[in-house]
Design a protein around this ligand. Structure first.
Ligand code: GDP
Ligand code: MG
Length: 674
């Protein structure tokens, strides 16, 4: 078994991810006393903005050691404005813990990140949290896991008593009963009385054991045989089968507890070590070949000594430094090593290497294959960019880029004077490098500078950092939904370019078709892409440019298929491909007849029963379509869709409609005619 784990903590906002991370740090001795999100002292919520708001904004990495296994934990934000943080973390994780709030069930954003993670086939275990609160029903939760997450829940424990200051759980495989008292305290429950389960507990244990046996034997013939022969296997004998079931995505093992008081956290740590894979199980990675641009899958052999790493995030650090987070996939990263930043091929020299501990760093000499760490630089030194691959000059592949979601909301911003304006642009430019879902543009109509992002909170935070950390004085306009154009029908177009000097001729034929509810554009080739990388890049740049860049006339939600490609005469320059592609797209767009469109959002609103009427009425005034509602205890969950333009300021409105008790999440659904 490997001695490394790279684990993400995923869930809806407020499920308890950060609290749970903090308790794992306390359990493993990284911190003496667990910090608290409510007091702004959690290790991984180290940004000032996080401490003030009590929420996680950036994903943070931290290392700890449990049962001789080095675990790197990546705590992620649950808020939809920051989905890019989840997406990029998923690229470097080998497994994840999904935190479910027991009393609240499977929440909307949990569902979203779950599906994000399972698209990448990430093995996961579940932690059922907040069992100090009333209103938890294990059967209902399991049914929701089946329905909403589409996976079989597999309890490794049976909760017998919960709520009311006491938690009593039977741990199935160890045949122990675990009891915690005073679980409702703000921290530190009285822990861990262990004994044998009583008769009732034993009955429940047997039932749960049957399900575990069923699952494990499906993936382990040897175990199946032993059991057929009547043997009573030890706990350890179940682990290989369960591990394979988890890796195959066939079940979600569940452990239970109260993150805030640390109850149940040791069993979760056991599950991480016993059931989640280490980096050596990472399958082939999606990469593209530098020479041809062709996508492929690349595996890394454990004895491969070539250094290959992926940079998944950059951020400003204390003391004006900047940090690039990297995961090593092969070989080692060492101090002073010279590598290339791919695909651009800029040369790069590694400076200080650190292990990241939330907001602080510990220097290390190197990072090995499978490890996640940081590359620390002064802000005037070149830093690798998010999505880049670090490798030697003879390496021919680059990791697939991180897809940044398209910003849907924008605010005009202007410095108080020209000095502020210049500083503002410089700071925001760097911020867009760190967070590719932010974008800085200028409005072609008015010439104003626009900062665009994923939601009001997202932009608000960028402004706050600008003001407080950089002392820039500026004014902003009201947030606005970004208008775009969509096409309603498919169309074709051909574009030609003939080189003035060489006479080289490039002809590009394309088909353009709408993608229902698409947010961006997709490019496909019916035949072979251009033979040279520069040609291909120029061609694709031309296609994208043809859709209009960044303005309200930009076309979104389309698929472009390159159907014909003719190169005749001399060797064309790359720009010939760009020009021909640009013309082809313009012709197709004219043929398809584009119309103005506005972003729509999918909305999930959870409100106490007595406020449902007012909230639904308000939604109707916002042009929302109600998709359905269901009751969950004394709460109603309303699923709806509405234009983003009508949802500006919705957080405040919902608060006043529900006396502060309603919560909602939203995410972009696509564009519809305005
Ligand atoms: P995150 O958004 O998923 O990172 O959640 P946090 O860790 O920030 O926790 C959200 C809120 O839930 C905070 O007020 C925590 O104190 C609270 N919380 C976390 N774990 C528990 C728990 O086990 N029981 C109860 N009652 N509250 C908890
Ligand atoms: Mg958090």
């Amino acid at each position: 078994m490997s001695a490394l784990r790279n684990i993400g903590i995923l869930a809806h906002i407020d499920a308890g991810k950060t609290t749970l991370t903090e308790q794992l740090l306390s359990l493993t001795g990284v911190v003496r006393r667990a910090g608290s999100v409510d007091e702004g002292t959690a290790t991984t919520d180290w940004l000032v903005q996080e401490q003030q708001r009590g929420i996680t904004i950036g994903s943070a990495a931290i290392a700890c050691r449990y049962r001789d296994v080095d675990i790197t934990i990546v705590d992620t934000p649950g808020h939809v404005d920051f989905t890019i943080e989840v997406e990029r973390s998923l690229r470097v994780l080998d497994g994840a813990v999904v935190v479910l709030s027991g009393p609240d069930g499977v929440q909307a954003q949990t569902e979203t990140v779950w599906h994000q993670a399972s698209r990448r086939s990430l093995p996961m275990v579940g932690f059922v949290n907040k069992l100090d609160r009333e209103g938890f029903d294990d059967e209902r939760l399991q049914a929701e896991i089946r329905d909403r997450l589409g996976i079989e829940p597999l309890p490794l424990q049976v909760p017998l008593e919960h709520g009311d200051g006491r938690l009593r759980i039977v741990d199935v495989l160890s045949e122990r009963e675990l009891v915690w008292e005073e679980t409702g305290r703000k921290s530190g429950a009285r822990a861990g009385l262990e004994g044998r389960p009583d008769e009732e507990g034993e009955l429940h244990r047997q039932l749960a054991l049957e399900r575990i046996v069923d699952m494990a034997t499906r993936f382990d013939d040897e175990l199946a045989e032993q059991i057929l022969l009547g043997a009573t296997p030890s706990t350890a004998a179940f682990l290989p089968g369960l591990r394979r079931a988890v890796e195959a995505g066939e079940c979600l093992p569940l452990v239970y507890g109260v993150a805030r008081t640390g109850a149940g956290l040791a069993r979760l740590a056991d599950a991480i070590v016993d059931l989640l894979p280490g980096p050596e199980a990472a399958g082939a990675q999606r990469m593209f070949e530098l020479e041809t641009g062709a996508l492929g899958r690349v595996s890394f052999a454990p004895d491969d000594e070539r250094s290959v790493a992926f940079v998944f995030k950059t951020e400003p650090r204390r003391g004006g430094q900047r940090l690039a987070y990297a995961r090593v996939f092969s070989g080692r990263l060492e101090r002073d090593m010279r590598l290339l930043r791919l695909p651009g091929r800029e040369s790069y020299r590694i400076g200080r290497i650190v292990r990241v501990m939330g907001g602080s760093e510990e220097p290390v000499d190197w990072l090995e294959a499978g490890e996640i760490g940081g590359l620390l630089h002064r802000s005037d030194e070149p830093l690798p960019r998010t999505g880049e691959t670090l490798a030697g000059s003879d390496y021919g592949w680059s990791f697939e880029r991180i897809d940044a979601p398209r910003p849907v909301i924008a605010v005009a911003i202007e410095g108080e004077d020209s000095e502020d304006d210049a500083k503002m642009r410089a700071v925001l430019q760097l911020a867009t490098h760190d967070d590719p879902s932010l974008s800085l543009q200028s409005d072609r109509g008015t010439g104003q500078t626009l900062l665009a992002g994923m939601g009001e909170l997202h932009l608000e935070l960028a402004f706050e950092r600008l003001r407080e950390e950089h002392g820039v004085r500026f004014r902003t306009g009201p947030p606005r939904a970004r208008l775009r154009r969509i096409v309603r029908t498919a169309a074709e177009g051909v574009g030609t370019d003939i080189g003035e000097m060489t006479g080289a001729r490039v002809e590009v034929g394309i088909g353009l078709s709408p993608i229902a509810r698409g947010l961006g554009e997709v490019v496909r080739y019916q035949g072979q892409p251009p033979r040279r990388r520069e040609w291909r890049e120029a061609l694709e740049a031309g296609l994208i440019e043809g859709l209009g860049v960044g303005g309200s006339d930009q076309i979104v939600g389309v698929e472009i298929t390159v159907t014909d490609l003719v190169v005749a005469g001399a060797e064309p320059a790359p720009v010939a491909f760009r020009n021909a592609a640009l013309r082809a797209v313009s012709v197709a767009v004219d043929g398809a007849g584009a119309v103005a469109a506005e972003p729509w959002m999918v909305l999930n609103v959870v409100v106490p029963d007595e406020h449902v009427g007012r909230v639904a009425g308000d939604l109707a005034r916002r042009r929302a379509r109600i998709r359905g509602s269901e009751s969950r205890g004394a709460q109603q969950v309303i699923a709806a869709e509405a234009p983003l333009a009508e949802l500006i300021g919705y957080a405040t409105a919902l608060r006043s409609l529900t006396a502060g008790r309603g919560v909602f999440t939203m995410e972009p659904a696509g564009y519809e005619p305005a």
